[in-house]
Design a protein around this ligand. Sequence first.
Ligand code: G16
Length: 544
Amino acid sequence: MNIEQIQTHPFPDQRPGTSGLRKKVRVFQQDHYLENFVQSIFDTQPDLRGGTLVLGGDGRYHNREAIQTILRMAAANGIGRVLVGQGGILSTPAASCVIRKYRTQGGIILSASHNPGGPDGDFGIKFNTANGGPAPEKVTEAIYRRTREIDSYRITDDEGIDIDQAGTHTLGETTVEVIDPVRDYAALMRELFDFDAIHQLFNSGLFRMRFDAMHAVTGPYAVEILERILGAEPGTVINGEPKEDFGGGHPDPNLVHAHELVDLTHGFDPVDFGAASDGDGDRNMILGKEFFVTPSDSLAILAANAHRVPGYRNGIVGIARSMPTSQAADRVADALGIDCYETPTGWKFFGNLLDARRITLCGEESFGTGSDHVREKDGLWAVLFWLNLLAILQQPVATIVRDHWRRYGRNYYTRHDYEGVDKAAAEELIQQLRFSLQELPGQEFEGRIVDYADDFAYTDPVDGSVSANQGIRIGFRDGSRIVFRLSGTGTEGATLRVYLEAFEADPSRHDLEPAEVLAPLVRIADRVAGIRHRLGRERADVIT
Ligand code: G16
């Protein structure tokens, strides 16, 4: 094996966003592009030298090539051992699980999550630290700074290794272990949930579910856990074969992109329970018979019922939600007498709270729910949590949710996304909102009076770090809220996200159409921000 020192030049656009570096596949295919970023990780993470690195991805187009490149760079950079998922596969939560279980020094996950794949699709890379979680901002900023000055990287001239067979290989001084991507994760799920109760539920003949893996990474995980271990009927997992282009689909588990699953919960002979996960397995969508559970409600319901599930039998110590996530979880935390933290968008902001044992559960409106079992959001975990509750409560999903609303009130919620809009226009829109913040409090819009208006800033209670400019919040005296922010995960133009929320305590008003309840807030959002006028869009592209 020869180590080569390749001369390179910095790329100006390698600052990680909400979750790692995401770009078009063609950007990553440029000479040196991936290598520069990987070398910058190795240069800024000295513990990896002689240590262990976890490596895997969601199986999307370019995954295999990238894995071979990273293996050769790991060997050239003195990484002691690499644990790589067989076939290059590791879901994001499974990677987090493996990093923690084997106490490794970190991991590299190759994924652009819910973004489409294929030669014209997206690719991504992110570094997770030794706690199993996405690198916090101080680490991603250090990596970014390094990408701005890099002038060479190290790589071996090897052919690469066979990652399709489990086993141990050597690349120079580096040991490469190709591991079963499912085994450790499935074992962890067995520790947390009552598998016997779920098994009985599937065997009762009274319950049917479908899990939509969307031709993404969770297929093998769901088939193993739901069908093989828990005895769900064959065919429970649909679109279970991972494909490099996700079968041409958009692996984002929401009402728009997972419509095949949504249809199975409606019409003639609907299934009792539907669930889906995304490209890299960290998101989840939960459906009952003709019923959609918003991710914000899901977090609140899991928190209120956690004591019923083996892994959380002793109760939860606290909850965290991202700022735009509805305030449903806050009410549960109040009732339980525990803290509820409001963090910026991005799972990385939960890491310190979890490590410091200030919270047990956390979640985001963007179809993310998780707990202290790993340091990533976890799609299948959420599905198993729901299955465990369904097995114990023996009630339909809709009944569980309605009971919850009756007790805590309902937070009507929706998110409007304006995708691929002109970046400068979107930035200008946010900037104008910032300018108007001071004037808004006290103003009345459609009978609602503005209580506060600010640009959300977060001070991490554990390490004191401050993250500013995290989204514009406009809160009204009746508890309703509008939040505006620009997505940090897109790869084309900009995406404006508008989050709308209205609270309703009266149970006789819990069965209204969310679109109807929230329509006045949609109008207010347009009036305050000038969305149609500034972006030239009549309506949102995706409403979830
Ligand atoms: C990522 C982050 C999440 C975030 C979501 C949306 O999810 O991990 O924390 O909520 O993006 O972010 P944005 O609104 O900036 O697009 P994933 O599933 O894409 O990794």
